[in-house]
Ligand binder design. Structure first.
Ligand code: VG1
Ligand code: CO
Length: 543
């Protein structure tokens, strides 16, 4: 085998964001663009000679071409084996599981998650370390530094490998195992959940719908929910992964998963509905005419974990990203568990899980997961809820309302302003920062402001510090207003405003979140000058 060393020059802007490098497909298609990033990863992750790499993606446009490039570069750089999902498919949580189970050195996951796919849309790549989780900031920064000084990359010349058949193959002296993307994951789920109880639930007059949104979870959901658990054929909607996700936006929220939402809010609505995103790590949970906020979902999972076989001996602790509501904190307190508040992005949970400090983690952005892998996990969350429903034999709504009565309700909403001019978006945050000295002590939205800051986090395990993780206005009564810019978008800026207030009184817990938070929403606009700066009078997405 002859290794080719190809001369190259750095590209601007290859810094990984909240979850890897995400750009338009056209950007990735430039000669050397993907190669530069992959070589920068290989140059930054230590000694992997003779080790195993895991490769797979969400099946979006450019997935298969990118995998062929990566296989050649892995062979040239000295990996002895690559495990790759059949047809290039591995959901993000399934990839995390494969890395852990087969003790791989790490993995490359090809996805831009919920961002649209197709020749004119988005592509992405991220590196996961040997624990199965996204590379921590120290590693992603090292990769970025390497992309700025790269001069060459290594590859081999050989034919593309046919990834449509599972089995063992050889590519330029390197072993390539094309694996069933679903089997290992389905086996893990059966260890964690009471499949017999869920099977009985689904055999009763309980009904459900799962929307895979033409993205990667289709094959996983069909095998697990329909074949193994016996739900009727057709329970999984939009179950064929497509290169362009059917032209949709596979973000499981009330705006983009409207097909499912209409079913759950229609006549003859089923008892339970769920959706997942492009790469299978997000989930949305719905009951009959009822929406469960992801923040509440995390809290309810923590409060009910003892009902689930995989967690029946107790959980270690709970972690949530800073903008996620504090609902889980109240459960942790009641159970005497440690509770952590981390910056946005799953990479911040890895150390806490590895150290045995937390079992359950969640983000307000439809992400929940546990230490069974090191990524958030959409189908896992769906099975967790089905297992709770099977044990408790109550409706989704009844379970949530009972939870509020016991722990109080954290009214919560996120308003996203997508595709905003970047300078205007920065200024919106800066306007709030400029009032850090004057806001405390003032009344805003009928509440007294306690403190304002730019959120910073010191990792309790390795002491690493992450700054500028969100602009916060914290009120004395526990309410919060948070402003952040997205780190996953590919054009312009996205402003996220997170709104939260706490209501202990059960008689006042029945409001619509937008009504309950109306004065907070007005206050957010007032102190940030968002309308004037962006020219927008309403958010693109309200969750
Ligand atoms: C968003 C979410 C964040 C999530 C990230 C990756 O990031 O807010 O909670 O971890 O997406 O999720 P940002 O920087 O755009 O707010 V996924 O499903 O894209 O891997
Ligand atoms: Co995702």
């Amino acid at each position: 085998m002859k290794i080719h060393t190809i001369a190259t020059e750095p590209f601007e802007g290859q810094r990984p964001g909240t979850s890897g490098l995400r750009k338009k497909v056209k950007v990735f298609q430039q000669p050397h663009y993907l190669e530069n990033f992959v070589q920068a990863v290989f140059d930054s992750i230590g000694d992997f000679q003779g080790q195993t790499l895991v490769v797979g993606g969400d099946g979006r446009f450019y997935n298969l071409q990118a995998i062929q490039t990566i296989l050649r570069m892995a062979a040239a750089n000295g990996f002895s084996r690559v495990l790759v999902g059949q047809n290039g498919i591995l959901s993000t949580p399934a990839a995390s599981n494969v890395i852990r189970k087969y003790r791989a050195y790490g993995g490359l996951i090809l996805s831009a998650s919920h961002n649209p796919a197709g020749p004119d849309e988005d592509f992405g790549i991220k590196y996961n370390i040997g624990n199965g989780g996204p590379a921590p900031e120290g590693v992603t920064e090292a990769i970025f530094e390497q992309t700025r000084k790269i001069e060459w990359y290594q590859t081999v010349e050989c034919d593309d490998l046919d990834l449509s058949l599972a089995g063992n193959f050889e590519l330029a002296g390197m072993q390539v195992e094309v694996i069933d993307p679903v089997a290992d994951y389905a086996e893990l789920m059966q260890k964690l959940f009471d499949f017999n109880a869920i099977r009985s639930l689904l055999a009763d007059d309980f009904s459900m719908a799962f929307d895979a949104m033409h993205a990667v979870t289709g094959p996983y959901a069909k095998v697990i929910i329909e074949d193994i658990l016996g739900a009727p054929a057709g329970t999984v909607m939009n179950g064929e992964p497509k290169e362009d996700f059917g032209g949709g936006h596979p973000d499981p929220n009330l705006t983009y998963a409207h097909e499912l939402v209409e079913i759950l809010y229609g006549d003859d609505a089923p008892d339970f509905g769920a959706a997942s995103d492009g790469d299978g790590d997000r989930n949305m949970i719905l009951g009959n005419h009822f929406f469960v906020t992801p923040s509440d979902s995390l809290a309810i999972m923590a409060a009910n974990a003892h009902l689930i076989p995989g967690y029946k001996n107790g959980i270690n602790g709970v972690a949530r990203s800073m903008p996620t509501s504090a609902a889980a904190d109240r459960v942790a307190e009641a159970l005497g568990l440690e509770c952590f508040e981390t910056p946005t992005g799953w990479k911040f949970f890895g150390n806490l899980m590895d150290a045995g400090r937390v079992t359950l983690c969640g983000e307000e952005s439809f992400g929940t997961g546990s230490d069974h892998v090191r990524e958030k996990d959409g189908l896992w969350a769906v099975l967790f809820w089905l297992n709770i429903l099977a044990v408790r034999q109550e409706s989704v709504e009844a379970i949530v309302v009972e939870h509020w009565q016991k722990f109080g309700r954290n009214y919560y909403s996120r308003h996203d302003y997508e595709g905003v001019d970047s300078a205007a978006a920065e200024q919106v945050l800066q306007n709030v920062r400029d009032q850090f000295a004057t806001l405390p002590g003032q009344m805003l939205a009928g509440r007294k402001v306690g403190k304002c800051d730019d959120f910073a986090y010191t990792d309790p395990v390795d002491g690493s510090v992450s700054t500028n993780q969100g602009v916060r206005v914290l009120f004395d009564d526990g309410s919060r207003l948070i402003f952040r810019l997205s780190g996953t978008g590919t054009s312009g800026a996205t402003i996220r405003i997170y709104l939260e207030s706490y209501e202990a009184d059960a008689d006042k817990q029945g409001l619509d979140a937008q009504d309950a938070l109306a004065d907070m929403i007005a206050a957010a606009n007032e102190i940030s000058g968002l309308k004037q700066l962006t020219g927008r009078d309403k958010p693109t997405v309200i969750t």
